[in-house]
Design a protein around this ligand. Structure first.
Ligand SMILES: C[S@@+](CC[C@H](N)C(=O)[O-])C[C@H]1O[C@@H](n2cnc3c(N)ncnc32)[C@H](O)[C@@H]1O
Length: 269
């Protein structure tokens, strides 16, 4: 299972977290099943195993396939949910921070946070990039999957905050439900992200899904904040993925070449 490094036969969740220290650059070959099994052991109720785990299968394998190209680095995940991606990232040797507006224990269990050694920041990405005293610095890779369509306020505000958390050559990997695969799903503000109310301009809408996206809408939202945007849809998925960056010299340029197997549906140079 272990590919190299100083971890011996310990499994990923038994290892101490050593960030990007090359002396501990243990990379564990963990697949989606393994990551979900780790999370299921800590899940605080049945919802994860009975429902959410099945939903994750529509997109996380594709995400992991893409992220597997990255060497261990500083990664931020915004909206980790139950922590499946975080578990997989830690197993790959990444130094992982997560931000969620829900306190630890709502979705991600404290015991999982402890076992993985991730930094859990309780904060609303729509409010600010991070709490004033958090001193998070910037990240090479930011992941924000299945969060944007739940944002209560116009999503360009949250993405501005995400940009602040990205290093000069950082990359954002995000995803949304593809509207064409959910023709009957009700969204509070329909299919145009600009119709979602501006930050605190009205009462907060509590509907689960605020806005749905086509490939074109998703790209337009991201291009509103980032210079380089590529949207793709993995085969057999109901989710649109995007990678976005602000520098044409970012890792995105190189990753586009490496991301063989994905069919880009739109690229802006
Ligand atoms: C549907 S879950 C997605 C979980 C996981 N990223 C995935 O791809 O399955 C949405 C996650 O985003 C978090 N979230 C939603 N709005 C947020 C906000 N404004 N700031 C930070 N986290 C937020 C939720 O608490 C939850 O963890």
């Amino acid at each position: 299972m272990l590919r190299n490094g100083a971890g011996g036969n310990r499994s990923s969740h038994q290892q101490k977290h050593h960030g990007t220290d090359p002396a501990y650059a243990t990379v564990v070959v963990m697949d989606l099943d393994d990551a979900q099994a780790v999370v299921a052991r800590h899940a605080l109720d049945d919802y994860y195993v009975d429902h959410y785990r099945g939903m994750e299968r529509m997109y996380l394998a594709s995400l992991f396939e893409y992220l597997a190209e990255y060497e261990p680095t500083r990664v931020l995940e915004i909206g980790p949910g139950w922590g499946t991606t975080a578990a997989w990232l830690v197993a790959r040797g990444h130094d992982v921070t997560v931000i969620d507006h829900m306190p630890v224990g709502k979705f991600m269990a404290q015991s999982l946070v402890d076992e993985l050694g991730v930094a859990y920041v309780h904060s609303d990405i729509e409010d600010a990039a991070a709490p004033e005293n958090a001193d998070l610095g910037t990240f090479d890779v930011v992941i924000m999957t299945q969060v944007i369509h739940h944002l209560a306020w116009r999503p360009d505000r949250a993405l501005r905050h995400v940009r602040e958390l990205m290093g000069e050559r950082g990359i954002l990997v995000s995803s949304v439900l593809d509207r064409q695969d959910y023709p009957d799903l009700d969204s509070a503000f329909g299919g145009n992200w600009m119709d979602v109310p501006e930050w605190r301009s009205t009462e907060r809408c509590e509907d689960t899904v605020k806005c749905m996206y086509t490939e074109q809408d998703f790209r337009q939202l991201l291009e509103n904040q980032f210079r380089v945007v590529e949207v793709w849809k993995p085969t057999d998925s109901t989710v649109l993925f995007a990678k976005s960056a602000n520098s044409s010299r970012s890792r995105l340029g190189r990753m586009v070449e490496l991301a063989r197997g994905f069919k880009p549906v739109g690229t802006r140079p």
